[in-house]
Design a protein around this ligand. Structure first.
Ligand code: C2E
Ligand code: CA
Ligand code: CA
Ligand code: CA
Length: 281
C-alpha cells in the first residue's frame, strides 16, 4: 500500500511538473526549431478568377521536424503567441520570404515579380516597432520591392494598443507594403479599424465561404462585399473548395480567390520548379 501511495504521489508530481513546464518546453522547442531552420514557409496561391491568373501568395508556416513530419501552425502558433516566441519566429520568416522572392526574381534576370507575398502577423508583432526595421532591412538586403510583400492581420486576436499598431501600419504603408485584414466576419471590423490599420484588402473567412449556396441569400458574404465597396477595399475569399463556391463568389463580384480548388499550400521548392519551366511570368 505504501509503495502504491509513493507511486501515486510521484505520478501526481510528474503530471503537475509537466503541465507547469509544457509551456516552457514548447518555447524551448520552437526556439531550437528557429535556430535550425525547421520553421519554413509554404506558399498558397491567391488567384484572380476572372483573369485565371495568380496575383499573390499567402505565406503559411510549417514546422518540419528532423524525422520529416510536418506540424501545422494551429498546433504551435497559439503557444508562440502566448510565450512571445512569435516575434523572433515572424522576423525570421520575413527574411526567409524575402530571400525566396529574390530567388524567384533571379530566375527572370532580377525582374520584379508581379505577385505579392502575404505574411500573417499576430497582434503582438504588429505592436512591435522593430517590425518596421526588420522588414526594411530584409527588403534592402535581398533587393526586394515593397509591393512584393504584404502583411495580413488576423481579426481573431484583439489589438490592445490600436494607436501603436496604427503607427506601425503607417510606417509600413509609407514603405509601400500593403496591409490586409484577415478572417473578416469573425470579429470586429469597421471603417475605423480599416482606416487606422490602413488596410487595402479584407479576407473573408473560410467558414462563410463554406456556407455559400445559389439557393441562399448569402447575406453575410453579401454584406461584407457591400461594406468593402463602401470602404473602397478589395475582397479576397479564402477556403474556396468547389466550382459552385467560385461561381457564386463571381456573381457577387468577388474575384480574388484562395483555396484548394486552385492550389494547396506548397513548399518553396515546388513554387521554384514551376517558375523554372517558364520563361516569362
Ligand atoms: P489563416 O490565415 O486563416 O490561413 C488560411 C488557412 O486555411 C491555412 O491553414 C490554409 O492552409 C487553409 N486553407 C486554405 N484554403 C483552404 C481550403 O480550400 N480548404 C481548407 N480546408 N483549408 C484551406 P494553415 O496553413 O493550417 O494555417 C492555419 C492558421 O495559422 C492560419 O489561418 C493563420 O492564422 C495561422 N498562421 C499560419 N502561418 C502563420 C504565421 O507565419 N504567423 C502567424 N502569426 N500565424 C500563422
Ligand atoms: Ca491569413
Ligand atoms: Ca485567413
Ligand atoms: Ca481563416
Amino acid at each position: 500500500l505504501l509503495l502504491l501511495l509513493v507511486l501515486f504521489t510521484c505520478a501526481l508530481i510528474f503530471l503537475c511538473y509537466r503541465r507547469y513546464h509544457s509551456a516552457s518546453i514548447i518555447k524551448f522547442l520552437v526556439e531550437n526549431a528557429i535556430k535550425q531552420n525547421h520553421l519554413i514557409p509554404y506558399y498558397q496561391a491567391i488567384v484572380d478568377a476572372n483573369k485565371q491568373q495568380i496575383c499573390g501568395y499567402e505565406v503559411l508556416i510549417r514546422w518540419e521536424t528532423k524525422k520529416g513530419k510536418v506540424i501545422l501552425p494551429d498546433e504551435f502558433i497559439p503557444q508562440c503567441e502566448a510565450n512571445g516566441v512569435i516575434t523572433p519566429l515572424t522576423f525570421q520568416l520575413i527574411n526567409t520570404v524575402a530571400k525566396d522572392i529574390r530567388k524567384l526574381e533571379m530566375l527572370h534576370h532580377g525582374k520584379p515579380l508581379p505577385y505579392y507575398f502575404s505574411i500573417n502577423l499576430s497582434a503582438s508583432v504588429l505592436q512591435d516597432p522593430e517590425l518596421v526595421k526588420i522588414t526594411r532591412n530584409a527588403l534592402l538586403h535581398y533587393k526586394v520591392k515593397a509591393h512584393n510583400l504584404a502583411f495580413e492581420l488576423t481579426e481573431r486576436a484583439p489589438i490592445k494598443n490600436i494607436e501603436l499598431a496604427s503607427h506601425v501600419c503607417q510606417k509600413l504603408n509609407d514603405m509601400g507594403i500593403q496591409i490586409k485584414l484577415d478572417d473578416v466576419g469573425n470579429g470586429y471590423c469597421d471603417f475605423l479599424a480599416l482606416q487606422k490599420l490602413q488596410a487595402t484588402t479584407i479576407k473573408i473567412d473560410k467558414r462563410f465561404i463554406d456556407e455559400l449556396d445559389y439557393n441562399n441569400k448569402n447575406t453575410i458574404v453579401r454584406s461584407l462585399v457591400a461594406f468593402a465597396d463602401k470602404a473602397e477595399v478589395e475582397v479576397v475569399a479564402e477556403g474556396v473548395e468547389t466550382i459552385e463556391q467560385a461561381e457564386c463568389l463571381l456573381t457577387m463580384g468577388v474575384h480574388y480567390h484562395q483555396g484548394f480548388l486552385y492550389s494547396k499550400p506548397q513548399p518553396f521548392t515546388k513554387i521554384l520548379k514551376k517558375y523554372q519551366s517558364k520563361d516569362v511570368i
